[in-house]
Design a protein around this ligand. Sequence first.
Ligand SMILES: [Zn+2]
Length: 305
Amino acid sequence: MKNSIGVDIGGTKVAIGIVNETGLVKEQSIIPTDLSISPFDMISKINVEIKNIITQAGLKQEDITGIGIGAPGPLDSKNGMILCPPNLPTWKDIPIQKWVEDEFSIPVKLENDANAAALAEKWIGAGQKNDDFIYMTVSTGIGSGIISDGKLLHGRKGNAGDVGHIVVDPSFGQCTCGQYGCLEWIASGTAIAREGSKIMGEKLTTAEVFNLYDQNHTDIIPYMNRVFHVLGVACVTLINMFDTEKIVIGGGVSNSGETLFNPIRSYVQSYALNPDGRKTEIVPSQLKQSSGVVGAAALWMDNVL
Ligand SMILES: [Zn+2]
């Protein structure tokens, strides 16, 4: 059976797994992302861990079809470069594909992490039956991977689908990117914790802010309604632009369940432009934790798309 390796690089941890051709993670290892060492040294640690899990699985390098890396953007997937991701602040113009390839006799591919997660949903998750669907992650940030006409949409360098920085409400104030009213600035997990803390005058987590909303806390309700509203606006924008069949929402914030999904669905049912668009399914991710690893490994599986 075919095996490939998925590497999911995040701001706090790196998950590395061996995935077989049915999408099963056979061996997995998680190491912290150490931003106090150079990117080259951190990637060397990842390479050591890849070698370890190949050995632990009782495999050899020739048993592995390829290594897929999912990483935060902006990146240049065509040239295998990580460019300047905000949550890896010391990583500037890093030729990660080459630095991994140099250590192995296995080919390596790089993909934006949201795109990789979309591939995972296509392969074994909520998008298996869809040739047109969009995966949107609402987590530390907000991003998306777009499957259109049965293909993953890349754009010029692999950064297509950066829905976190579409403007949905300029009155909300200035995003870290400089624009006013970006989706991510209002509705990401980071934003919910920040704004909820500001409103309540104490340090709160995203989950605590959701709890206050569920308890009908009058100070939190107007802000959370704004969060649901702008997520609805973003979904309608995606539906109107891509004529998609389904939007799959993943990331930590999606764990809040129907509290989040119901208002988004009702906005889409009211405001998508065409009658079919109003019926677009809005569903939770079916992969949860391992989607980054599975999606990165999917880059080497020809049965995915
Ligand atoms: Zn922005």
